[in-house]
Ligand binder design. Structure first.
Ligand SMILES: Cc1cn([C@H]2C[C@H](O)[C@@H](COP(=O)(O)OP(=O)(O)O[C@H]3O[C@@H](C)C(=O)[C@@H](O)[C@H]3O)O2)c(=O)[nH]c1=O
Length: 176
C-alpha cells in the first residue's frame, strides 16, 4: 500500500498495489501494520456502505462531536464520487479549508480522513457505492454537520444536487 499525505495536514491518500494476472487483480485494501507504520489508526470497529442511486446525490458534511470524533477511510467501490473534507480543527493552520478528492472504483484509491474533519461526497455516476471504515462507533447523539453549500467553505460541487437528506440540507450557517 502507498500512503500520500495531501494538502491538509493529516489527510492521506491510500493507494493499493495491485497484482494483475489473467483472472483480474488482487490488492490488499487494509493492513494493520502498514497503517501503523504510516501513522494511521489500526483499530476500525465499524464499516459502512452507502449506495447512491443517482449521479448528483450528496451526503454530508458530517462529523461526530467530541469526545466521539472519528477517523474514516473512504473508498468508492462502484462508480465514482467527489470526496470532500473540511478542516474543523480550530487550532489548525488550515481551519475551515477544504479538500476535494475524486475517488473511483477503477483506481481503488481511498481517502484517510482524520478526526476533526467534516466529511461528505457527491456521486458522479448513477449507482455509485461507497465503502468506508470508521475508527469509532456510531453515536447518534453526537452526530453533527455543516451545510454542503455554506459560504464559509465555498465548496465547488461538480453536479447539481439531485438528492440530499432533509437533515443535510438544513444545517445552519457555520458559526466557528
Ligand atoms: C452513519 C450511520 C447511520 N446509521 C443510521 C442512522 C439513519 O437511520 C440511517 C441513515 O443514516 P444517515 O442519514 O446519517 O447516513 P449518511 O447521510 O449516509 O451518513 C454518512 O454520511 C457520510 C458522508 C459520512 O461521512 C458517514 O460518516 C455518515 O455520516 O442509518 C447507523 O445505524 N449507523 C451509522 O454508522
Amino acid at each position: 500500500m502507498r500512503f500520500t499525505p495531501l494538502a491538509l495536514e493529516g489527510v492521506v491518500l491510500v493507494a493499493m498495489d495491485s497484482h494483475r494476472d489473467a483472472r483480474g487483480h488482487f490488492a490488499r485494501s487494509f493492513c494493520e501494520e502498514e497503517f501503523a507504520a504510516a501513522g494511521l489508526p489500526e483499530r476500525w470497529p465499524q464499516m459502512n456502505v452507502s449506495v447512491n442511486a443517482k449521479a448528483g446525490t450528496l451526503r454530508g458534511m458530517h462529523f461526530q462531536r467530541p469526545p466521539f470524533e472519528e477517523p474514516k477511510v473512504v473508498r468508492c467501490v462502484r462508480g465514482a464520487i467527489l470526496d470532500v473534507v473540511i478542516d474543523l480543527r480550530p487550532a489548525s493552520a488550515t481551519f475551515r479549508a477544504h479538500l476535494a478528492v475524486p475517488l473511483d472504483a477503477e483506481s481503488g484509491d481511498a481517502l484517510y480522513v482524520p478526526p476533526g474533519f467534516a466529511h461528505g461526497f457527491q456521486a458522479l455516476i448513477d449507482d455509485s457505492e461507497v465503502l468506508y471504515m470508521m475508527g469509532a462507533r456510531f453515536e447518534p447523539g453526537a452526530q453533527d454537520g455543516v451545510r454542503w453549500d455554506d459560504p464559509a467553505f465555498g465548496i465547488s460541487w461538480p453536479l447539481p444536487v439531485s438528492a440530499i437528506s432533509p437533515r443535510d440540507a438544513a444545517y445552519s450557517d457555520f458559526a466557528g
